[in-house]
Write a protein that binds this ligand. Structure first.
Ligand code: FO1
Length: 305
């Protein structure tokens, strides 16, 4: 089976690991979020794509879920001592990737080609596509004004409540080569257990992507990023509250119902199954916490049944 996975950061990357285990790397295309990309110290950083890359290459920092395991911060230490911006942690090895990517982008290469090349060199067998090669940036409207995504997420620790999100560059951002076809041709399209507002929506905001996913609704399965009222990682719970949605897997299923015909939720949330079915979405219960390889594999299998 060919599977196309729409994925954000840590949750998406961990789910991808299980998926590769079940169907093999060659069968998987990941369409990754670039809304949280950021230019820092002259470098182009693509956190969500890199999280997928490092995870699948087996070098991700295991506790953080992002960045490189065992990385050092010598360069960033110098940046700080010299009065440069050091609020966003860039490890030394991570910076190596940013240097190569930034130079190639500056020479006019598309991000999709740079990432394909880097992924191949790192031994990643799955196809990792940015949703778009065009500039798309998530902007967070708060009571303190509009912030860039990382400015809000890292700089402000995701504390100011989100009033609205905006994806600068859309409409008009074109899907990267292969994105629409990967959605159209897959046997199954999976919406990863990623934050729907800041990981999935910026992918879906790319021209033609939402319509392409909707056209496959019967074969689209979403995996809940919430267990009970809590996100496994990240600020989704607070965002559901702030944006006026129910803070539960049902709230997420309702939000994704126009796109996904099936919804995988944790066994502990089985009480929501009937109300999910009433949305026209087939509920599938599974153990949703991806604590180890076996758990990731079982969750991927549940999503593909
Ligand atoms: N997350 C943080 O909470 N603090 C950081 O300083 C930080 C740096 C960073 C550098 C490279 C990278 O690929 C990811 C990084 N992240 C950091 C994670 C990232 O901000 C978020 O996890 C995603 O953007 C949200 O999916």
């Amino acid at each position: 089976v060919r599977v196309t996975l729409l994925a954000g950061g840590v949750g998406g990357a961990r789910f991808a690991l299980g998926l590769l285990d079940v169907v093999g790397a060659a069968a998987v295309t990941i369409v990754g979020n670039v809304g949280d990309d950021v230019e820092l110290l002259g470098l182009h950083v693509s956190p969500d794509l890199d999280t997928c890359l490092y995870t699948l290459a087996g070098v991700v920092h295991p506790e953080q879920g992002w960045g490189v395991e065992g990385d050092t911060r010598e360069a960033l230490g110098v940046v700080g001592r010299l009065g440069g911006a050091d609020w966003f942690i860039l490890g030394d090895r991570d910076i190596g990737l940013h240097l190569v990517r930034t130079e190639r982008l500056r020479r006019g290469e598309p991000l999709s080609r740079v990432m394909a090349d880097v992924a191949a060199r790192m031994g990643v067998g799955a196809r990792l596509l940015p949703a778009t090669d065009d500039r798309l940036r998530t902007r967070v409207l708060t009571d303190d004004g509009e912030l860039g995504f990382q400015e809000w997420f890292v700089g402000r620790r995701a504390a100011p409540p989100v009033r609205r999100l905006r994806f600068a560059g859309t409409p008009g951002a074109r899907p990267a080569p292969g994105v629409l076809q990967a959605i159209a041709d897959a046997d199954r399209v999976v919406l990863a257990p990623s934050n729907p507002f800041i990981s999935l929506d910026p992918i879906l905001a790319v021209d033609g992507v939402r319509a392409a996913v909707q056209a496959r609704r019967a074969d689209v399965v979403a995996v809940s990023p919430l267990i009970g009222p809590r996100a496994v990682k990240g600020p989704l719970g607070e965002m559901l509250d702030a944006l006026g949605h129910e803070r539960s897997p049902l709230g997420v299923a309702r939000y994704l119902a126009p796109l996904a015909g099936r919804f995988v939720l944790d066994q502990a949330d089985a009480g929501h199954a009937d109300r999910i079915r009433a949305l026209g979405v087939e509920p599938v219960t599974a153990a949703a916490l991806m604590r180890d390889a076996a758990a990731r594999r079982r969750l991927a299998e549940a999503a593909l049944t």
